[in-house]
Design a protein around this ligand. Structure first.
Ligand SMILES: C[S@@+](CC[C@H](N)C(=O)[O-])C[C@H]1O[C@@H](n2cnc3c(N)ncnc32)[C@H](O)[C@@H]1O
Length: 154
């Protein structure tokens, strides 16, 4: 509602279904195991969005990609540069970027945390601008992005 009130149009409401969510310790309700990804654009005539339909179909084994994406929580191997409480798995950002950008795009993440968007931007040939209000998280993001950049230069 907040987005729509600000003049955005929701393109998709994607559900990320976690295969290994943290357990519900109180055992008094169902275990919370999903998060929502909102894909929105400015709702005016000049605003167009890019959707790489063919690429999404290809990575989904030749079938149209649906708006429920299932996968595990962030792997320990993606957390070697420091701890962030809500670090997203790389495969999620990879899919988001591959679905909606082309090589050379500039991707802005105004809440970049540990920099997962930046790592995937680099892997997919895009430029990246990240913002966060926690200096410690920006340091993690910088280390991850520099590591990825180093791999590309090898
Ligand atoms: C859900 S986390 C992002 C996680 C990131 N996608 C990753 O994979 O690490 C949201 C981030 O927004 C930052 N944040 C919260 N309020 C903010 C604000 N007003 N300005 C900038 N960053 C903010 C938090 O510090 C946090 O790192």
């Amino acid at each position: 509602m907040a987005l729509e009130q600000e003049g955005f149009k929701i393109i998709n409401n994607i559900t990320w279904q976690k295969t290994n969510p943290p357990p519900n310790l109180a055992c008094r309700c169902f275990t919370h195991s999903t998060e929502t990804i909102l894909w929105a654009k400015k709702d005016n005539k000049r605003s167009k969005h890019l959707f790489n339909y063919g690429k999404m179909k290809e990575i989904n084994g030749g079938k149209q990609m649906k708006d429920v994406w299932t996968g595990s929580l962030t792997k320990p191997s993606e957390k070697t540069e420091g701890k962030h409480p809500t670090q997203k798995p790389e495969y999620l950002l990879e899919r988001i970027i591959q679905a909606s950008t082309e090589e050379g795009y500039i991707i802005l993440d105004p809440f970049c945390g540990s920099g997962t968007t930046g790592v995937e931007a680099l892997r997919n040939g895009c430029k990246f601008i990240g913002i966060d209000n926690e200096e410690e998280y920006l340091k993690i993001a910088k280390r991850r992005i520099e590591k990825e950049d180093g791999k590309k230069k090898l």
